[in-house]
Design a protein around this ligand. Sequence first.
Ligand code: SF4
Length: 130
Amino acid sequence: MLEHQTKSRQIVRIDEELCNGCGVCVSPCAEGAIQIISGKARVLHEELCDGAGFCLGVCPTGALSIEVREAVAFDEYAAEIEMEKWGKPYIEQTCHVCGQGEDSRILLPCRKAGASLWVCTRCLPVLIHG
Ligand code: SF4
């Protein structure tokens, strides 16, 4: 069957030893691929993870990374169905510098002093150049 065919592609990798089950990575995953099961983050089904890696920047323990391996191809339709099933609410993330949300600004994940933060593209140059 087509949905079980695999190919070499990017997909999220979760280090179980580093994961503390905090759940911070669940909301940034737009496809609903990551859930907390038995106290650990897990990719429910490979076809729900697009491998974009937006979850990486929010993990406080560095448990998330992207690897290239054989995996079931990303299925956008399946991801939409999963999101509806879980009734996952949209939670707007905000820039830690200006407080503007992702509805009005493009946000990027960043880390500072051990904290996972979001920064908008207007505030990013100030962080880089001071
Ligand atoms: S953010 Fe990191 S530590 Fe927290 S649940 Fe996700 S993978 Fe685990």
